[in-house]
Design a binder for this molecule. Sequence first.
Ligand SMILES: [Zn+2]
Length: 282
Amino acid sequence: MADPSGRLRTASSWLPETLTLIVPDESQAPEASLFAGNLLLEALGVSDRALLAPHLERGHRTRGAVLFRAGEDVSYVTFPLHQTAVTLVSRMRDGRMVETATVGHEGAIGGVVSHGYLPAFSEAVVQVSGPVLRLDAERLTQAKLASPSLRDLFVRYADCLLAQVLQSVACNAVHPIEERCLRWLLTFQDRLGTPVLPVTQEMLAEMLGVRRTYLTGVLGSLQRRGLISVRRGQITILDRPKAEQSACECYGKVRHHFRTVLGAVYAENGAIVAVDPTQGHD
Ligand SMILES: [Zn+2]
């Protein structure tokens, strides 16, 4: 996979989508528009952007695409743009899988916690199709070494991602399915920024690690309480304040961590609209 030039890459066989190389203009500071759509990249200062800009590749990922599987070397860091969402899942031997974290435009997947080119522990699956930027994991490692501020941002993000995973473990062990379901839907909404979520029941059952027939009953109960409405291929959060009250504490705890450690800024509708580590610690 390694490219001797380290710069020019074309679409690889394992990634069917077209990748467009962004040709940098060395004479100018990187355009803000290059980073638009991913809050982590948008939070970078001018000099940090200059470190990454020449190596970013824009692409599109469709639902179900696997960015990496457990045991595979993570050769790229993927930054979801706008409403693209990716989940980290743990897959069991019998094929069942459970979501451990969902990442949208507030974050990045692969080589975030570790350096790149180390085997992945979990699997990353695209849940909402859309545009992404990707970066050779080694380039990110080098940029972290060169820039304390860039390293700091990614360390803070890694801490938030870990918080999401740790809370997910605790939540799965002790909280009722209805509360877990609301936590998942609210977390998803924060990343997509829309009350109408493109979620199939099959997908949600997989994420929560329950049978689909069981989930149907859970969704029915949440509908009767006026919290959500369910249509084919989509779930709408009807009453967000009530849904937040009814979700388990895990939702608020993780959100608070994103706010204090990463400086995540949340809009009134719950969506994460910016990250700014200089604004955290409240
Ligand atoms: Zn919980």
